[in-house]
Design a protein around this ligand. Structure first.
Ligand code: ADP
Ligand code: MG
Length: 331
């Protein structure tokens, strides 16, 4: 964008930089991770029509754009430091920008982090944020750490964001209260940063749930398999769900829980001996957690009837699992 670009940046995005050595205004920002810590870096892009609907309130969009990025830091057990924002805007829209910046800055302030740079251009609405965090050497939570015998845990409640999306698409009718709840889950996820930090040294593996439980659990299984093949058994009734979701048919509940997407809860594994520590981390971070299953050893030649993810009903009978992960190229 031409001249207006600099006014726009100054007006909506430039605030004093106190925590990092250099913020907006030069060719690079400068960050200062503490000695003995790794810099954790992650980017997430939000495209209109793909990741959000044009009807979303600008404040919620600003919140969500940063929240999904903070969620990645949370999954690694990294402490957020700063972020950058690359923004393509169809036009200079003061109402949109003011709301968007407010949602963004509010969440950033909650986490004590600063916007230190970015890029701004004209184009179809597209928001790309990169977050920077820090984590002591060797303490990052990784997808690859799961082992046979681990408990499988999840934070919060699953499936509400998908329920909200279906309601907005008109494929499910909800009461006003349930709709408000589900839409909020979709548009204003809470990144579980405090839980991620509290799980350092407690969890053995972690991932944040962006594409649905089945798909993201598969990522843990795949990344951990290089150590030894494992498979997961889940208890369907243990999957934490809201009253709004409970009021849906079991089929819809299961779909939303297993392959909902956009939950931004943490999925993690820990040794059974660490149960008390997991619960202490949950209490310390004021974040509910539920144990939803167990990792088991798998044979190297996983036969077709030995599914990598088994889901058991209350009688211990396996449910057929047609659920898939959310895929932007097939959805
Ligand atoms: P350059 O041309 O050197 O890439 P720009 O002229 O694009 O720099 O940007 C000027 C300054 O404003 C830089 O410090 C850049 O990081 C910052 N900036 C640009 N767009 C944004 C944005 N959307 N949010 C925050 N900072 C931004
Ligand atoms: Mg630039």
């Amino acid at each position: 964008m031409a001249s207006g670009e600099f006014d726009l940046i100054a007006r909506y995005f430039t605030r004093p930089t106190r925590r990092q050595p250099l913020g907006i205004g030069d060719d690079c920002a400068l960050l200062a991770p503490q000695a003995g810590r790794h810099l954790a870096v992650s980017s997430d892009m939000l495209v209109e029509g793909r990741h959000f609907l044009s009807t979303v309130a600008p404040e919620h969009l600003g919140h969500k754009a940063l929240a999904v990025n903070l969620s990645d830091l949370a999954a690694c057990g990294a402490k957020p430091m700063a972020y950058t924002l690359a923004l393509a805007l169809p036009r200079m829209d003061a109402t949109f920008l003011a709301g968007f910046a407010q949602g963004l800055h509010r969440l950033a302030d909650e986490h004590g982090i600063e916007l230190v740079g970015g890029d701004t251009t004209a184009g179809p609405l597209n928001i790309c944020i990169t977050v920077f965090g820090e984590v002591p050497h060797g303490q990052a939570l990784l997808r690859s750490g799961a082992r046979a015998g681990d408990d499988i845990w999840v934070s919060g409640q699953l499936g509400d964001a998908r329920l909200g999306l279906e309601a907005l698409r008109g494929t499910v009718a909800l009461s006003r209260a349930d709709f408000t709840h589900a839409r909020r889950a979709l548009e204003c996820p809470t990144p579980r940063v405090a839980l991620g930090l509290a799980l350092r040294g407690v969890a053995r593996s972690a991932i944040d749930l962006s594409d649905g439980l089945v798909g993201d659990l598969r990522h843990i299984l795949a990344r951990s398999a290089s150590h030894a093949p494992i498979r997961a058994t889940l208890d369907i009734d243990a999957l934490p769900r809201s009253g709004a979701l409970r009021r849906q048919s079991r089929t819809r509940q299961h779909l939303c829980l297993m392959s909902g997407g956009d939950d931004y809860e943490l999925l993690f594994t820990a040794e059974p001996a660490k149960r008390a520590q997991v619960l202490a981390a949950a209490a310390q971070s004021d974040t509910p957690v539920s144990c939803i299953g167990r990792m088991e050893a798998a044979t190297t030649t996983t036969s077709p009837d030995e599914a990598l993810i088994r889901v058991l009903d209350a009688q211990g009978m396996p449910l057929s699992t047609p659920w898939t992960s959310f895929d932007h190229f097939t959805a």
